[in-house]
Design a protein around this ligand. Structure first.
Ligand SMILES: CSCC[C@H](NC=O)C(=O)N[C@@H](CC(C)C)C(=O)N[C@@H](Cc1ccccc1)C(=O)O
Length: 635
């Protein structure tokens, strides 16, 4: 018998920052996420925060979870309360201590994200979501002096994309929906914001089709007179382009030389390293590739050098959970995992980047690596000819299971997100535990997912539960032809949007499922939209609909409308402090089903938010899901 404790013995090591001879990182060594430091080269990790405080999962955070300012003897750390996502900036001494709030006068009533940090000048950029209005504000603050300045506010982000080295210029982005962005230049002493790319909402006609740009990163170049961006204007899979700030609205395409990868994927972004060097990240078939690069503006060419992550061990077939370049020592600190190996901390260094130092030795306890499942490509052509990327995780042949395996169908959230070979995310230990217990686990990235170009991602806007639902239904038909899988014993599970889709599929296609597990998925799209934080409402109005104007559509797409038809047992999992899909949403579902005499179990965690992060809760949660599928699907 396998125990989930074996998989969870592999602790998380993420968000590393190397500073001098010290490595700072986030880990769940104590059972919940916290901040630690150890000596470069190895020492017992030292806790830097009191044991009662838990950090959020960096994947969910948006921005840095912490940043070390060694010369100030300070660490800035973003803290919430057990997953409520009301992040506040706090400061602790370099050696650790009890966190003291900073910049409270400006930020106390906001959910704050730490977007950029400049260790040289001690300047930091915050994006603050108001907790009682729909405005998001960018602040520029100085950690040495305690000064903080409000730069700009908007309904759509006013998000600080990048800043000039002297901090006298920054680019602010309003993001209406995925890929539909408007860029403004802010200048110290200037006269307000200057529009440099895109068409602002207030200039659009009702129903006007505005071309998408997909600008997802930017760097000031050429003495701050231009911007090097990655965008989807010239290539749907994103690529580099140049914007002369004196010629607003005119992006110039750039060539890319030196690509070493093949496969389907996207350019994730470009950042400046030092002098004339840049760092370019790609996501290819879900796996991370990192290249150092130079730029030739005379020929408009981005020249990639040999990959530093992507094609050589240990950085193959996996994903970077996080990475940070340290300019002073010219080193990278990275956290990397694969589908079968947990997150490890590494540094990448040396002039040719050939020196890779592994700082952790995490492993799954007592389970041989060949008993885990690496998964196989299971991409398919959907009902309308669209290619859907997917992976199928089958039990290792060494486990000795015989016959067709019952199916667990796992649906990721977002919906504009992607299931990747990421051991740091909730799903991967679950997938492995399920295969160890004899299940086949199918993991699709249906239309609407990121990672396959902007137009693929856009297909779910204003169509929640539409064509993406039909992709899932079609995938079941394709799986039915695989003799290794028994689709007559199929269960579905998903978190958040994946939970919404789980409820939708279980209620609208009851003939397909023998069991369903909903993790904090919206049940009624109208109450869901009424309950989200106010700063999310402008975005959700565009991407999903308005609770008043689009009522009919939202009712048609709500799982609630079809819930009477559900024919399989349901397990509902929820965190009490979740601000995205609030606990009442899941309670409404459970009470509705109990009122109808349907079979429903409810697992609610008092000290979790939009995730399940604490050790005891994770043990309970993974066991509850797996036991539920064992009872209902009988592997
Ligand atoms: C400003 S709105 C952003 C919505 C956000 N989308 C990011 O992917 C989100 O939280 N989506 C939820 C669903 C929604 C509340 C109905 C969601 O599905 N979350 C997923 C995906 C996710 C993955 C990583 C980081 C954030 C979200 C989940 O938590 O599994």
């Amino acid at each position: 018998m396998f125990r989930i404790e074996s998989l969870l013995s592999a602790r998380l090591f993420v968000s590393p920052q190397v500073v001098g001879e010290r490595l700072y990182f986030i880990s769940n060594l104590s059972g919940h996420l916290s901040l630690y430091a150890m000596n470069y080269g190895g020492s017992v990790p030292e806790p830097l925060l009191p044991p009662n405080l838990a950090l959020q999962n960096p994947h969910l955070l948006g921005g840095y979870p912490f940043y070390v300012f060694a010369d100030l003897n300070k660490i800035l750390v973003m803290l919430d309360n057990d997953g409520d996502e009301n992040y506040q900036p706090m400061v602790i001494p370099l050696e650790g201590g009890y966190p003291e709030p900073v910049f409270t006068e400006a930020l106390a009533n906001s959910r704050v994200h730490l977007v950029h940090c400049d260790p040289r000048t001690h300047q930091v950029y915050f994006s603050a979501e108001s907790r009682d209005s729909d405005l998001q504000t960018t602040y520029l603050a100085n950690l040495a002096t305690g000064e903080i300045e409000s730069i700009a506010a908007s309904l759509y982000g006013s998000y600080p994309l990048c800043y000039s080295d002297d901090h006298r210029r920054m680019i602010l982005v309003d993001s209406y929906t995925q890929g539909d962005h408007v860029l403004y230049l802010w200048e110290r002493g200037g006269n307000g914001l200057k529009l440099v790319y895109g068409k602002p909402m207030e200039q659009r006609q009702a129903g006007e089709d505005v071309p998408l740009n997909g600008i997802n990163s930017g760097v000031f170049v050429n003495q701050d007179s231009g911007l090097l961006v990655s965008c989807a204007v010239f290539d749907d899979r994103y690529g580099p382009a140049y914007l002369d700030l004196n010629q607003p609205g005119q992006l110039v395409e750039m060539k890319v030389e030196g690509i070493a990868h093949s496969g389907d994927g996207e350019m994730v972004g470009i950042q400046h390293l030092k002098d004339d060097r840049y760092l370019v990240e790609y996501n290819i078939d879900g796996c991370s590739w990192l290249y150092e690069a130079t730029v030739d503006f005379s020929s408009m060419t981005l020249r990639l050098q040999r990959p530093i992550v992507g094609n050589h061990p240990p950085f193959v077939d996996g994903m970077l959970a996080s990475y940070l370049y340290d300019e002073e020592s010219d080193r990278y600190a990275v956290s990397y995992s694969t589908a079968t190996s947990p997150t490890q901390l590494y540094t990448i260094e040396g002039a040719d980047r050939q020196t890779i130092v592994q700082h952790t030795r995490e492993r799954v306890l007592g389970i041989d690596a060949d008993l885990l499942s690496p998964g196989e490509d299971a991409s398919l052509i959907s009902f309308d000819g669209t290619r859907i990327s997917a992976r199928l995780y089958l039990p290792s042949p060494f486990l000795g299971y015989q016959g067709a395996r019952p199916l667990v169908y796992y649906i990721h959230g977002g919906p504009q997100s992607q299931e990747r070979p990421d051991f740091a995310w909730f799903s991967m230990p679950l997938i492995q535990f399920l295969t160890l217990n004899g299940f086949a686990v199918f993991v699709p990235n249906v239309r609407g997912s990121t990672g396959y170009g902007l137009s693929y991602t856009k297909q779910v806007d204003r169509d929640w539960g539409g064509k993406d639902r039909l992709d899932h239904v079609h995938a079941l038909k394709v799986l039915a032809k695989d003799p290794r899988v028994d689709v007559k014993r199929a269960g579905v599970v998903g978190r958040s949007y994946g939970g919404y889709m789980t409820l939708t599929l279980a209620a609208r296609h009851p003939e397909l499922w023998s069991a369903a597990v909903d993790m904090f998925g919206p049940f009624d799209l109208i109450t869901f939209l009424e309950r989200i934080p106010p700063t999310w409402k402008p975005y959700f109005k565009l991407v999903l609909g308005d609770p008043v104007e689009d009522r009919e559509f939202l009712v048609e797409r709500s799982p609630k409308t079809y819930m009477d038809q559900i024919a399989c047992p349901l397990l509902v999992i929820q965190g009490k402090n979740d601000p995205r899909v609030v606990e009442q949403e899941s309670r409404d579902l459970v009470e509705y089903l109990r009122g109808k005499g349907k079979s429903v179990e409810y697992l609610m965690f008092e000290n979790e938010g939009h995730d399940v992060l604490k050790y005891e809760n994770r043990v309970r949660c993974y066991n509850a899901i797996t036991d539920f599928f064992k009872r209902t699907l009988k592997p």
